[in-house]
Write a protein that binds this ligand. Structure first.
Ligand SMILES: [Zn+2]
Length: 498
């Protein structure tokens, strides 16, 4: 569980580096490393958030202070992340050796970028960077960015290279090749990247104007978030356990669609789902069925309304069918086929109990994508296990089992999707075992109330979340009790055998 973060927008700049023209036009994109907290393993463009020193970089030809700072951020981020110096007013003092040395000093924190620019005699002009759209992270994730995109040609004689822990790799790629990988399911990225690649694939004519038509400026009817071709995320405002505020519904397929976890029956939320389904229908995709990962209201709250409107069946595990009406029960290993014969859109059903006894995950093997419901939350958080339906032993077994499956990308019910799935799964297992250690350390020969234990076991968690943490603590205690390691009297707990 993470502390609730303020959903404020962080100003940031993204740089779309370019070289070549026509069919030879290429952009330089990066693969985010497995250790970053936001979208590890996803493809992106270089960029980052504004730093205070960005305000001190002089740039000619821009009167607006905000625009100047954004450009300064773009120039600095490009230099830090790729070693390419863009935005120069004149091509001076840019010998590769000198740039390398300057970058090392910047990355080592020895000098701030404006100071470095002054020492090296670099001067910058606003029109060396072309504005290419503005994108705001939708409010379904806690960490949000207000990102301005800029196009920049890589100056003659310079070659980008990634550095540091945040980026795993970088490469020049033609936009159509990048889109091919996306269609094949081997590349995953956020909506602005797709928009940018599609615009680049149409050539350089009117490129800045076409790029600037991002949703913030063009007021699209609905934000389309298709992280891999055929996998559309649609966040719905729900009342999940904190810190989440939304539940991600997913629309999977390229002809027939499965809708996973429509969590809200609210008319406004349904209206926006309806708009999205209409957009997809025009493209030849139609809703075939609803799949539920489990019965919790923030996942199933919209089922009845969606069924009334689109008359599609709902399928879920028998454990879910004990709580609400289900048309078709699904067992572990079954396959849900979407438009058989058209590509491979089979989903394999995995029974993954722990958060709820009837919890299912859905695996799309071709793209190694797992729709994991509340088994694994997005970001770096953990899930709440609420006994008796939530249980630790099956939860850990479900995670262990996933390590034996071909899973690369996680599409969770809360927070943003992420790559590097095995690393995330191993972290969650380790986290639970560490927490168990803390539980044992907090217990002694004396009986203790749950409310006293939670303060010690969850000292690292904000106190406003302790009421929820108590439920997971109880799941830990019940596991240890079943193993004979702790004892209980009148709902108070102590170590066994002391
Ligand atoms: Zn749940």
């Amino acid at each position: 569980m993470n502390a609730p973060e303020k959903h404020r927008l962080r100003g940031s700049a993204v740089v779309v580096l370019l070289r070549g023209h026509g069919l030879e036009l290429e952009t330089w994109w990066v693969r985010r490393s497995d250790v970053v907290s936001i979208m590890p393993g996803f493809d992106a463009f270089p960029g980052g958030t504004i730093e205070s020193s960005d305000a001190e970089l002089p740039i000619e030809g821009v009167a607006d202070e905000g625009e100047r700072v954004l450009r300064a951020c773009a120039i600095r981020e490009a230099f830090e992340e790729t070693g390419v110096l863009i935005g120069l007013a004149a091509p001076t003092n840019c010998a590769p050796g000198r740039l390398l040395e300057a970058r090392s000093r910047l990355l080592a924190g020895v000098v701030a970028f404006p100071q470095l620019a002054w020492e090296c005699g670099w001067s910058f002009r606003a029109d060396a960077l072309t504005f290419a759209g503005r994108w705001q992270t939708p409010p379904f994730v806690p960490m949000r960015f207000d990102a301005s995109y800029f196009l920049a040609r890589v100056p003659e004689g310079q070659e980008p290279s990634v550095h540091g822990a945040e980026l795993a790799s970088g490469e020049w790629i033609r936009p159509l090749d990048a889109l091919d990988r996306y269609h094949a399911g081997s590349a995953a990225f956020a909506a602005p990247i797709l928009h940018t690649l599609l615009a680049l694939a149409d050539g350089e004519q009117d490129l800045p104007a076409r790029l600037a038509e991002g949703p913030e400026l063009a007021a699209y009817p609905v934000r389309r978030m298709e992280f891999k071709w055929g996998i559309v995320l649609h966040p719905m405002k729900t009342r999940p356990l904190p810190p989440a505020t939304h539940t991600n519904a997913y629309l999977i397929g390229e002809r027939e669609l499965a809708l996973v976890d429509p969590g809200s029956g609210d008319p406004d939320e349904l209206e926006s789902l309806c708009t999205l389904l209409e957009v997809l229908r025009v493209e030849g995709r139609r809703l075939k069925l609803i799949l539920l990962t489990h019965h919790h209201p923030d996942h199933a709250g919209g089922v009845e309304a969606v069924q009334q409107r689109w008359r599609v069946p709902v399928a879920a595990h028998p454990g879910t069918a004990r709580h609400l009406h289900v048309d078709q029960v699904l067992a572990d290993g079954e396959r849900v086929s979407l438009a058989p014969g058209l590509g491979d859109w089979d989903l394999r059903v995995l029974h993954t109990p722990g958060h709820a006894q009837g919890h299912l995950s859905f695996l799309h093997e071709r793209t190694r994508s797992l729709f994991c419901g509340d088994l694994i939350p997005g970001g770096r958080g953990t899930v709440i296990l609420d006994p008796p339906d939530g249980e630790l032993v099956p939860y850990l077994a479900s995670l262990e089992r996933l390590l034996t499956e071909p899973v690369e990308t996680l599409f969770p019910a809360h927070g943003s999707p992420q790559g590097a799935a095995p690393q995330r799964i191993r972290w969650l297992i380790q986290h639970r075992l560490k927490r168990e250690r803390l539980v044992l350390d907090a217990l002694g020969a004396e009986l203790q109330e749950l409310s006293a234990l939670v303060e010690r076991v969850y000292a690292d968690t904000p106190s406003e979340l302790w009421a929820y943490a108590e439920r997971t603590l109880l799941a830990h205690l019940l596991k240890l009790e079943a193993q004979g390691r702790v004892a209980r009297e009148d709902e108070r707990w102590r170590l066994a055998g002391v």
